[in-house]
Write a protein that binds this ligand. Structure first.
Ligand code: ADP
Ligand code: MG
Length: 410
């Protein structure tokens, strides 16, 4: 297992925030107005159900994107020395492709139209764009320094963590008074309309509404949510993430094709969304492939409800078989797994995991395994050996725990 990558606690967040504020002062020449954080997420169960108005059960991670932000003051000169620069947004991130220096971007609020910003700046820019839309508020320029402990591109929603950290910071600084469901909808629009990724509502909701020690049971239609206790440590369990390091990309056709299949299925069954398909519906009228896609969504919704029932009853170990069934359905009916994810799941289960499944959109990214805490190291090593034997790139494995949702740190 990767050393030093396990669960930093909230004391750690405070120290991290102070360090980020110091670094901000080094980069921008003055202190930030504050520091905010937003976690990544893993989805325990309920995959590809969010955009079908269904049920999901993610939890917020104890890994987060942190942003130090300072609004530009109207009385200060703009960054170009003149009065005109008050809507300039200066972005910097400690994450760079080669791991050194800072990634920086500069843009103007007035210039923000979809497609105008390339690279990671599109995530914070997308948030500014949706906040300052036709019915929106005037967002002034600002400086933002980002540092994230959510692994990038591992399917743990590092991208939503950036968006959510940005929106909680701006909501706070501009006193917008947005509630959490509203922030979830806005960041979803930022991702859909500005970044151009057709993602659902789950990831932002988990990041905004998660709580330490709990999973978030979310109805993606109403956005009603319930925090369901997930007392892993009390049951001697922990969650092992295996990042296959196979690049997943929502931009690529697989995700869009699955969404289209769901829409096709719903139309053929005469409902607005697959959420409304009655339980005993005969799928025989659909073509074979569409029927399998629909069956995944229907059975996955049921598995979420059953998982919630078992957790409410305190049966944490009992959810293992539901995780396994979810993976099989994603692999066989929905066809969004890949050899590396299957190998991670099968090997973890063979080595003693209580349950395991791919998490996130699929086609790569990460698998999660619910494992006895005292066996985590051994199971991670067994998975790594299996990857080496199969000739796959070495996976990255680490432990996560359900952490608190987004908020101000400093
Ligand atoms: P995931 O959300 O699963 O990690 P995505 O491909 O959706 O993967 O998002 C990854 C992208 O999010 C990165 O390519 C980058 O643009 C942006 N991103 C995430 N974390 C950071 C960071 N710390 N600094 C800069 N950009 C980031
Ligand atoms: Mg993402």
């Amino acid at each position: 297992m990767t050393r030093g990558r396990t669960a930093p606690g909230s004391g750690h967040d405070d120290a991290r925030a102070r360090q980020l504020a110091r670094r901000f002062a080094g980069v921008f020449g003055h202190a930030p107005d504050g520091v905010w954080r937003a976690p990544g997420r893993v989805n325990l169960i309920g995959e590809h159900t969010d955009y079908n108005d269904g049920f999901v059960l993610p939890f917020a991670l104890d890994r987060s994107a942190m942003v130090a932000v300072r609004l530009r003051r109207p009385e200060e000169p703009g960054p170009d020395g003149g009065a005109a620069g008050h809507d300039v947004v200066d972005l910097a991130s400690t994450w760079t492709p080669d791991g050194t220096g800072l990634s920086r971007a500069r843009l103007r609020v007035a210039d923000l139209v979809p497609g105008a910003v390339a690279g990671w700046g599109a995530y914070p820019a997308g948030v500014v764009h949706v906040l300052s839309g036709p019915d929106g508020v005037r967002v002034p320029g600002f400086e933002l320094l980002l540092d994230s402990t959510v692994p990038v591109g591992a399917g743990l929603s590092s991208s939503h963590a950036v968006e959510v950290a940005t929106i909680v910071a701006l909501d706070d600084l501009l006193a917008l008074g947005l509630d959490r469901p509203a922030m979830a909808r806005l960041t979803q629009r930022a991702e859909n309309e500005f970044v151009g990724a057709p993602t659902g509502i789950m990831d932002q909701s988990a990041s905004l509404r998660g709580r330490a020690g709990a999973a978030l049971f979310l109805d993606c239609r109403s956005l009603e949510a319930e925090l369901v206790p997930l007392p892993l440590a009390e049951h001697g369990l922990t969650v092992l993430v295996v990042d296959t390091r196979v690049a997943h990309s929502h931009a690529d056709g697989g995700y869009a094709a699955r969404r289209a299949a769901c829409e096709r299925g719903a139309a053929a069954l005469g409902v607005g969304s697959l959420r409304d398909v009655p339980r005993d519906t005969d799928l025989g009228a659909l073509d074979e492939e569409t029927a399998r896609r629909v069956r995944h969504v229907l059975t996955e919704n049921d598995r979420v409800l059953e998982t919630v029932e078992r957790l409410r009853a305190g049966d944490v170990t009992g959810i293992g078989e539901l995780l396994a069934a979810s993976h099989a359905s994603l692999r066989d009916d929905y066809e969004v797994s890949c050899p590396e994810l299957d190998l991670a799941v099968d090997t973890a289960r063979g080595a003693g995991a209580v349950g395991a499944r791919m998490t996130g959109g699929g086609f790569g990214g990460s698998a999660i395994a619910l494992v006895p805490a005292d066996a985590a190291e051994r199971i991670a090593a067994t998975v790594a050996e299996a990857f080496a034997r199969a000739g796959h790139r070495a996976p990255d494995a680490f432990l996560v725990a359900p952490g608190d949702g987004a908020g101000r740190v400093l």
